[in-house]
Design a protein around this ligand. Structure first.
Ligand code: SF4
Length: 270
């Protein structure tokens, strides 16, 4: 268990809650997940292409560009032989023009330094142009089918609401408690469907301002629903609010997560 300091209790997820949470996310994804062209990819290269194209751009805009991209350059060797002008002609109309350069440079490094195969470690993936910590982890999980915790804005919002975890005003990427929570909740198996399910829930159900709790598979276990208006647990800047809502919140006889220091001080003794 990770400790964060005398005043900062660790995140400690109840095992029964963890199993229920994982099962509900996975079952919902298999029944109701979105049909997106990069789903079920088995090529780490194509997953990396999808992650770079998805940066700063909505999935609906990326989908037709991604399909044309992998039809023209299905392998990293094909992309390495393409011209930068041809790549940018396809990707630049979506904006964020640096992407074409990243994709070409990624292909060059993979071909020249990794024998034409995407590297198989998180550390090496993070060294590739265009792959930050999240995108590298996505290639690791979705392309290489390895276990790691993914954390983007949508996933962070679902997790923090579901367990009622306040992020104490910091941006989620820098919040160690939130990263610890994400790592504890990743299942040993089925982590591909689990992460795709979390992303779809965040994108289509657990919306920032108006979560659709009535159609959410987590509604019976969600702490935000029990604690008050779920939107109060998250605002659009990615900062969790209303720490006091976690006071005394319980799953059965155990707290789902340790309360915040603020909440702990307010809890009655015993
Ligand atoms: S029940 Fe509502 S607040 Fe909780 S995870 Fe689902 S949509 Fe989000």
């Amino acid at each position: 268990m990770t400790r964060y300091g005398a005043d900062e209790p660790a995140v400690d997820v109840d095992p029964a809650f963890r199993r229920t949470f994982q099962d509900r996310v996975v079952r919902w994804y298999r029944r109701s997940g979105r049909d997106l062209p990069w789903r079920s990819l088995t090529s780490p290269y194509q997953v990396a292409v999808s992650e770079i194209l998805l940066q700063q751009t909505q999935a609906a805009r990326v989908a037709p560009v991604f399909e044309e991209f992998v039809a023209r350059w299905p392998s990293v060797q094909d992309l390495h032989q393409a011209t930068l002008e041809d790549v940018k002609a396809l990707t630049d109309p979506m904006g964020y023009h640096i992407r074409g350069t990243w994709l070409k440079e990624m292909a060059r490094i993979v071909v020249e330094q990794h024998g034409g195969r995407m590297p198989a470690t998180l550390e090496a993936l993070r060294e590739l142009p265009g792959l930050g910590p999240y995108a590298a982890a996505a290639v690791y999980v979705f392309g290489l089918r390895r276990r790691a915790a993914l954390l983007d804005t949508n996933i962070a919002r679902v997790l923090t609401r579901a367990v009622g975890l306040p992020a104490e005003g910091s941006v989620y990427r820098d919040n160690r408690r939130l990263r610890d929570l994400a790592e504890q909740l990743v299942p040993a198996r089925r982590h591909y469907d689990y992460h795709q399910g979390l992303m779809d829930l965040g994108a289509t159900v657990c919306l920032s301002r108006s979560p659709r709790c009535g159609r959410c598979p987590l509604r019976r276990v969600c702490r935000a629903v029990a604690g008050g208006p779920p939107a109060a647990f998250w605002n659009e800047k990615g900062v969790v609010m209303a720490a006091e809502r976690t006071v005394g919140y319980r799953v059965g006889s155990r707290a789902a997560v340790s309360p915040t220091p603020e909440a702990a001080r307010r809890q009655p003794p015993g």
